[in-house]
Design a binder for this molecule. Structure first.
Ligand SMILES: [Zn+2]
Length: 311
C-alpha cells in the first residue's frame, strides 16, 4: 500500500502497484479503507473483476466445456476448490446433479455472490462462514477458524476456507466417504492475500507461485480423499499446446506436481478462447509449463489436465 503521505494516483490513472489496471479498478478501494474493511474491500475488488472474466468465459462456453471433460466419470460427490462467482459450481450442478458438491473459497464476498447466482439458477446452496479476520496492522492480518462449522449430509455447500491453512476442514474431508472428483479451475486471488500472516511461513512470492502451491496442496489432498479411480481435474489458462514440445511441457509440469502422490496423469485437453481487453478484469496468471519458458504472444487456451487415483 502507498502511504497517505505519498500522492496516490487519480482514479483513471494506472495503479501504483504496477498491475497496469486503472487505479479505480485496482487498489483505490483498499487504500481508502481502514482495519478489517481493507480485506473486505480487496475481496470485493477481486469479485468485481472476476465477474468480468467469468462472463467472458461463460459466453465462450468455457464452463460447460470444463464440466464436460468429467462426463466419462459422472461424479456424484465433488469437491471444487476456488468458488469464484459460482459459474463453475453452476456448470457442475447442471451436468451432474451431484449428491454432494462442496466448493471452497477463502473469499467470503465470492461465496455470498455465488449463493445468489446459484439461487437464480434454481440450485439451493448454503454458505458456511467460518473464518474471522483479525487485523495485526493495516498491512497484515490473521485468519482464525471458527471451530465446528462444517456441513452435514448431502447438498451444495459453499464453505469459507483457506485451503493452505485449514487442518479442521482437511480432517473433515478425510472423515466423510471419499469423493468421485475434485476440480480446481482457474485459481486466482485478491490483492491482500499475500498479507495474510497464516501464509507467511510459506514464503509465497507471487501469484504464479500461489497458484502452484494451492494446486500442489490439492494434489496431496486428492491422494487422501478421492476414491480409488477418482479424478482430479486441474484447469489453467495457458499457451495453446498445439505442438509436441508445448504439450510435453504442460504434461511434465503436472506430472511433477503429481509425483509425491499416487495420482497418475491421464489426459490433457484444451480449448481456444479469446481474452477480454484489460479493464476491470482480473489479470489471469499464465501457466509457465515445466521449463519455465515465457510464452511469446501466445494464442490463449484453457487447459484441462485430468489425473486419476490408482485403483
Ligand atoms: Zn493496484
Amino acid at each position: 500500500m502507498a502511504s497517505l503521505s505519498t500522492s496516490l494516483p487519480g482514479r483513471n490513472e494506472p495503479c501504483w502497484c504496477g498491475s497496469s489496471l486503472k487505479y479505480k479498478h485496482c487498489h483505490s478501494d483498499i487504500d481508502t479503507a481502514r482495519g478489517a474493511s481493507r480485506i473486505v474491500a480487496a475481496k470485493r475488488v477481486y469479485l468485481r473483476g472476476w465477474e468480468q472474466n467469468s462472463r467472458n468465459l461463460e459466453q465462450q462456453g468455457v464452463y460447460e466445456w470444463m464440466a464436460e471433460r468429467l462426463e466419462p466419470y459422472k461424479p456424484k460427490r465433488v469437491l471444487d476448490v476456488g468458488t469464484g462467482d459460482g459459474q463453475g459450481v453452476a456448470a457442475l450442478w447442471r451436468r451432474f446433479q451431484c449428491k454432494l458438491l462442496i466448493s471452497l473459497d477463502e473469499n467470503r464476498e465470492c461465496l455470498i455472490a455465488s449463493e445468489q447466482r446459484l439461487k437464480k439458477n434454481g440450485v439451493p446452496s448454503s454458505v458456511i462462514q467460518r473464518l474471522d479476520v483479525e487485523m495485526e496492522s493495516d498491512e497484515s492480518y490473521f485468519l482464525s477458524i471458527i471451530a465446528g462449522r462444517l456441513p452435514q449430509g448431502d447438498g451444495v455447500f459453499l464453505i469459507e476456507s483457506d485451503i493452505l491453512a485449514d487442518p479442521e476442514l482437511e480432517n473433515f474431508l478425510s472423515s466423510i466417504p471419499p469423493f468421485d472428483a475434485i476440480t480446481i479451475w482457474l485459481i486466482g486471488t485478491h490483492l491482500m492475500r499475500n498479507n495474510c500472516l497464516n501464509l507467511t511461513s510459506l514464503k509465497i512470492k507471487d501469484t504464479v507461485e500461489y497458484r502452484l502451491r494451492v494446486q500442489n496442496k490439492v494434489y496431496e489432498m486428492a491422494d487422501r480423499i478421492l476414491r480409488p479411480g477418482g479424478v482430479l481435474q486441474v484447469v489453467d489458462r495457458g499457451e495453446e499446446p498445439n505442438d509436441e514440445i508445448l504439450r510435453k511441457d504442460t504434461i511434465d509440469a503436472h506430472k511433477s506436481q503429481a509425483a509425491p502422490t499416487s495420482l497418475q496423469f491421464k489426459s490433457l485437453e484444451y480449448m481456444r478462447y479469446s481474452e477480454i481487453e484489460k479493464g476491470k478484469r482480473v489479470n489471469m496468471v499464465l501457466s509457465p509449463g515445466e521449463s519455465g519458458r515465457i510464452p511469446k504472444a501466445p494464442q490463449f487456451a484453457i487447459l484441462s489436465v485430468i489425473s486419476t487415483k490408482q485403483i
